[in-house]
Design a protein around this ligand. Structure first.
Ligand SMILES: Cc1cc2nc3c(=O)[nH]c(=O)nc-3n(C[C@H](O)[C@H](O)[C@H](O)COP(=O)(O)OP(=O)(O)OC[C@H]3O[C@@H](n4cnc5c(N)ncnc54)[C@H](O)[C@@H]3O)c2cc1C
Length: 755
């Protein structure tokens, strides 16, 4: 439905004050209520709505109804998203630039590991994984509701769904044994549209009811995993200006999700734009306005700023920070816990904050608590977060998002892995509906197996493994320093290499690194050392820090052994993440050895990108070569008779410093900072800057660079064909007074000593 009146919903509400929130939202549906829709979705959470949108996009003829028990979208936990989410929105909804009128920018993840005394931080900073958003979930659920309605899906708020399950839903009813048909569980709507409720016959249903597991609970209790689980405690804060500079951490103001890691778990700091105080009708007008503009092809940059929109629609917004701890539940709290506050949430939140001076310093005087910001509670608690539903698909149904399972918010898998379940289930739903009737049941059975294997057998266990790996690395900052780089080294290939602007099959299988069998082997070995079968005894009921001290010797041995595993298997691939001093040795070592006659592929790439012709930008896009595998140097030569030994010499002389960069338009402050620092050195020859995002072969360059340098982010700075890292690494080398010597050793003249 297109509404041209800019203030339609506010005027409707003013004219009809008797309209409830759900009536206002439901008035935006374009077709009439049906008791026989093709598909019913229970729950208009983010995952249910994304399933409905994906399905409507690929099967426009289907009649889809989404029922949500809340009267209107409300705030939920789960604000940080990764690039797979922005790729989904970019491809299935609207280009992500429009979303910056609704949500805060998120550019990657930052990790800070607190040392054993809780005083200092060793940081592993991996910002810039690709942009995404920090969501105000009231706004995201409202936006996706209105987008779904706009493309012809009926979304009803204030309607609670129940399911009636019988034998037929497990395919065992005699009635269905020999037929080609399948039947979905019976849907019952409480109090809608008539007071006594209504039975709805859908051909297929999707349980997207989140933690309430409305349908999956009928097929079994939650399964939990052996060993420890995790609990979370969180609250909302306003960041005050100022604060003591010495208490701030590096890059604290960078728009990434910040992870503070400590032995019992980790904490999140997520700064987001909150629309909490905006009245529903006004915010609906604002969202309708943006949807109209996007649908009419008005460029995102032509839409007024958030501030202007807020004034235009009388929708107040503010920046708030979500802060919480996700901690192991085998930690024993002290006897005097009630001295830390009033309820469980407040006590345990304050306990961890005070336990680590770094956290205390970081928060005190800077983050002001927002009491009862989202209703009656100030502090929130969620216990035993990791679980999976034993059955996640059956005759005529799929369960997606949290209804299928959840592990831990670390690295935002809730929404990102959840979108994977939504997209896969929607694609399978299409496959089932596309069949002729005589094949429908057989295809349904096949899809049930595919989905059950994916969600229950593959994804949730892998995410669980990932969390155990990370939580073990938190136990000691030195473990963190070894384990986290290995994780990224393994995972990074999978995250970025083949990804494009839209959500693809690779995203469905995304579980940052843990989708890869290599990771399973490696982490299995690491956890064998760190988490032996009696690992629980070590942790259980014992203060982790004390136990770590008591078992320090053992831990050291474990670390040594683990480092050997790492060294053995990932020796060369981890070099991109070594500490600054290790990196200096590495680069020096490389420079002194760089006399070999066979020429590294990186020089093929440098040769190609330093040619100025437009044609050279098409070499990698038109050649049918698998760029994820070593590429023949003839490809880079592009039909020139190239003597590579001579070419290498020329490149080292003319372009000893090559910077693969991104321009400012693509939000790459790191590239800007790196270029500024290099400029200050006034190098001769000057650095060769390759603005990757302005080239036709941007995606291909990223693939090759990731393979050759083990870095997928930008900038990527090469000194004589060897990466020295990105902006942070460059600054670290500069701060360690090592950069000048490195340039000189590489034959680059330095006319100034940097900033
Ligand atoms: C402490 C914590 C922090 C987290 N942080 C992050 C994060 O930073 N990033 C991230 O990606 N994920 C995070 N998550 C996970 C994230 O919250 C969830 O994975 C995500 O919200 C799942 O979406 P969903 O649509 O499956 O469920 P939900 O968002 O819970 O939606 C389910 C919907 O179904 C409705 N419903 C329930 N029962 C019925 C019924 N009977 N009839 C009709 N409607 C019904 C509910 O009202 C709700 O609107 C976090 C989780 C926790 C616990």
């Amino acid at each position: 439905m297109t509404i041209d009146n800019l203030h339609h919903f506010t005027q409707l509400r003013a004219a009809h004050p008797e309209l409830t929130d759900s009536m206002l939202l439901n008035s935006n549906n374009s077709s009439k209520f049906s008791t026989k829709p093709d598909v019913v979705v229970a729950g208009a959470g983010i995952i249910g709505l994304c399933y409905a949108i994906q399905l409507k996009n690929i099967s426009p003829h289907l009649n889809i109804a989404v029922y949500e028990k809340s009267r209107a979208p409300v705030q939920k936990i789960g604000e940080s998203t990764l690039s797979s989410f922005s790729r989904f929105t970019n491809g299935a909804v609207m280009p992500h630039d429009y979303f910056f009128r609704l949500f805060g920018l998120k550019d990657g993840l930052q990790f800070y590991c607190i040392d054993r005394e809780g005083v200092e931080v060793t940081s592993e900073d991996i910002g810039g994984l690709d942009l995404s958003f920090q969501l105000d979930r009231r706004m995201s659920e409202l936006f996706f509701t209105m987008w779904a309605q706009r493309i012809g899906i009926n979304v009803y708020h204030g309607v609670e769904v129940d399911f009636e399950v019988s034998d037929k839903d497990q395919g065992s009813s005699p009635e269905f044994q020999d037929t080609h048909h399948f039947a979905a569980p019976q849907v019952k709507l409480k109090n809608f549209p008539k007071p006594g409720g209504t039975e709805v016959d859908a051909k297929l249903v999707c349980d997207a009811s989140g933690f309430s597991r409305k349908l999956t609970s009928k097929f079994g209790n939650k399964e939990t995993f052996d060993g420890w689980n995790c609990d979370a405690y969180w609250a909302y804060f306003k960041q005050k200006e100022g604060g003591k500079a010495e208490n701030r951490l590096d890059h604290w103001d960078y728009p990434a999700t910040k992870h503070m890691c400590f032995p019992e778990g980790w904490g999140w700091f997520i700064k987001l734009i909150s629309w909490h105080h905006a009245p529903l009708a006004n915010i609906m007008d604002l969202v309708a306005y943006i949807i109209n503009k996007a649908k009419n092809g008005v460029a995102a940059e032509a839409i007024p700023s958030i501030k202007a929109l807020s004034a235009m629609f009388d929708c107040p917004f503010e920046f708030i920070t979500s802060i919480g701890w996700a901690v192991r539940n085998d930690h024993k709290f002290p006897e005097n816990l009630d001295e830390y506050g009033d309820g469980e949430g407040e006590r345990k939140f304050n306990y961890f904050k005070r336990r680590y001076p770094t956290l205390n310093k970081l928060m005190n005087g800077v983050y002001e608590l927002l009491p009862k910001y989202y209703g009656k509670q100030t502090y929130f608690v969620r216990k035993s977060m990791a679980y999976r539903s034993p059955i996640v698909a059956g005759e005529g149904w799929f369960a997606i998002g949290n209804s299928a399972g959840f592990t831990n918010p670390l690295i935002s898998p809730g929404i990102n892995a959840g979108i994977g379940t939504a997209v896969l289930a929607a694609n399978l739903t299409k496959e089932i509906f596309d069949q002729p009737p005589e094949k429908a049941r057989a295809v349904m059975q096949k899809c049930i197996t595919t989905y059950q294997t994916y969600s229950h057998d593959f994804m949730i266990p892998r995410l669980h493994l990932m969390n155990h790996y990370w939580y073990n690395s938190f136990r000691d900052h030195r473990l963190f320093e070894v384990m986290v780089p290995c994780f990224w080294t393994l995972g990074i290939d999978d995250i970025d290499v083949q990804y494009v602007d839209e959500f693809t099959e690779e995203d469905v299988n995304w579980v940052i690194g843990v989708g890869h069998d290599k990771f399973v082997d490696f982490s299995g070995k690491v956890l064998e050392i760190l988490e032996p079968s009696d690992g629980l005894a070590e942790m259980n009921g014992v203060n982790i820090s004390e136990s770590t001290t008591a078992n320090y010797k053992e831990l050291q041995e474990n670390m040594k052994e683990m480092q050997e595993v790492v060294a053995l298997e990932f020796n060369s691939s981890c070099s991109g993440y070594m500490s600054t001093s290790a990196k200096i040795c590495n680069v020096r070592g490389f420079l002194s050895k760089n006399t070999k006659s066979s020429v590294d592929e990186i020089y093929g790439l440098i040769s190609l990108v330093t040619r100025e012709s437009e044609q050279s930008q098409r070499v990698l896009t038109t050649e049918s070569v698998d760029l994820t595998q070593p590429v023949d140097m003839n490809v880079y030569a592009a039909k020139r008779g190239m003597k590579w030994d001579k070419e290498l010499q020329r490149l080292n002389e003319e372009y000893p410093v090559v910077v693969f960069s991104k321009t400012n338009q693509t939000y790459c402050p790191y590239s800007r900072k790196a270029k500024q620092l290099l400029q200050a050195y006034q190098l001769s020859p000057p650095p060769k800057i390759i603005e990757v995002d302005l080239r036709e072969d941007a995606a291909q360059l990223k693939t090759v660079l990731t393979r050759l340098t083990r870095r997928s982010t930008f900038p990527n700075i090469l000194l004589r064909g060897k990466t020295i890292g990105g902006s942070d690494d460059l600054h670290a080398l500069h701060n360690a007074n090592a950069l000048r010597d490195m340039f000189l050793e590489a034959g680059v003249d330095v006319h100034m000593d940097g900033m």
